[in-house]
Design a protein around this ligand. Sequence first.
Ligand code: BGC
Ligand code: BGC
Length: 473
Amino acid sequence: MTRPFPKDFLFGAATAAYQIEGAAFEDGRTASIWDAFSRVPGAVIGGDNGDVACDHYHRYPQDVALMKELGLQTYRFSTSWSRVRPDGGAVNKQGVDFYKRLVDELLGAGILPWLTLYHWDMPQALQEVGGWTNRDTVERFLEYAGTMHDALGDRVNVWTTLNEPWCASFLSYTGGEHAPGHTSVAEGLLASHHLLLAHGATVRELRSRDSSLNLGITLNHTVADPADPQNPADVDAARRVDGQFNRWFLDPIYRAEYPADIVEDVRAVDAAAVRRFEEAVHDGDLATIAQPIDTQGVNYYHGDLVAGEAPASSPPSGGPATTRPGRSPYPSDAGIHAVERGLPRTAQNWEVQPEGLTRLLHRVWDEYAQPAGTVLYMTENGAAYDDVVSVDGRVHDADRAEFLRLHLGAVLDAAEAGVDVRGYFYWSLFDNYEWAWGYDKRFGIVRVDYDTQERTVKDSGREYARIIAARAL
Ligand code: BGC
Ligand code: BGC
């Protein structure tokens, strides 16, 4: 039985500047926090950095031609703050021009540009004055957003302020896994607030410049289930994962409030951190954060099955085996234990759980987006597998093709039941720099040979092209 996608459903693929561009110090670009962090011993597997990555900065015309060949209707990419305003300061015309050329190339190929302003690569000079823990960074971000809109406002309609503020705050300032690699509860809280404030202030600014823009944010979500729904400690563990991962961002954006239960949980473990956070939330901030948005991007990779007590045997960790010390990204992390449920896992031990995606879309739609008049798009979903190049020169990644079909099916299940989800971006178009995992994990539907920069469409890419052409599963 074929299942058609809704008429206006958009098919795309996603990337991010630091993960693919390379040309890290060319044409006036200066260091971002990832250029710095990737050089910290033990921070990234293999000591890999994004100096060259997929060399997309030089190869974008061929890359856009490839997107067209695959039939992508839209392409989600991010712009590099360090290229556009090196060190967070004056505008670098050469950096801006790169994005003009890229967008023109996309438009010429009939591909809708889907622009994200922040996918984690803040100028290192701003980190040196506190990065997202410093409220002034919000002003610097607004200047950068304004520059991008000056340059591209006539050609780009869809603007995403931030990609995954959970990663940019708690995973980076509390968990220590991402740049700048700090392990402070207070810093994670402050960073989350200033990121959200930068989001809201940018939406307000761009909306005042042009009311026809499609404005939004992309959040990464999990679906937290209690190992035993009858066990109060397990139910509480699930509440705290959901609260710290999902509601910490959804509630301020849609309801102008932080989840009170989580604030109290964190106060119980670090009262001083919560005091600093509360001082950082000024009158009016929540109203700024809760600007109406047109679009919410949903990123989903896997869910979490959790228990209040450690199980007899713990499932494999889903984090990279780096050697720098870290801590849990959850400020209130005691009594949250991962439990095995026997689902298939990807090459980085992330569970394959497509039905979680259907539940997630229902939940975000019913409780948050629909009441606010916001539309949903799947802005990321994908999987790392240990691909091999066969003797025929092809990559027969049946596992990724299956992952793609299952998750597209899960999106269709939600859409058919009335959730207004209007598109899907596979993560990622290319194998690329997978943050703390370096080049060790490959997510692409297109293989990149990092020695030759040769691109090879994998079987999953061919499968995606077929689905796009048929507009059906
Ligand atoms: C995962 C992290 C990962 C991050 C960025 C999160 O959802 O839990 O382990 O590093 O995404 O890819
Ligand atoms: C991020 C991507 C990342 C992907 C896989 C998301 O959390 O937005 O940059 O590569 O997950 O980890």
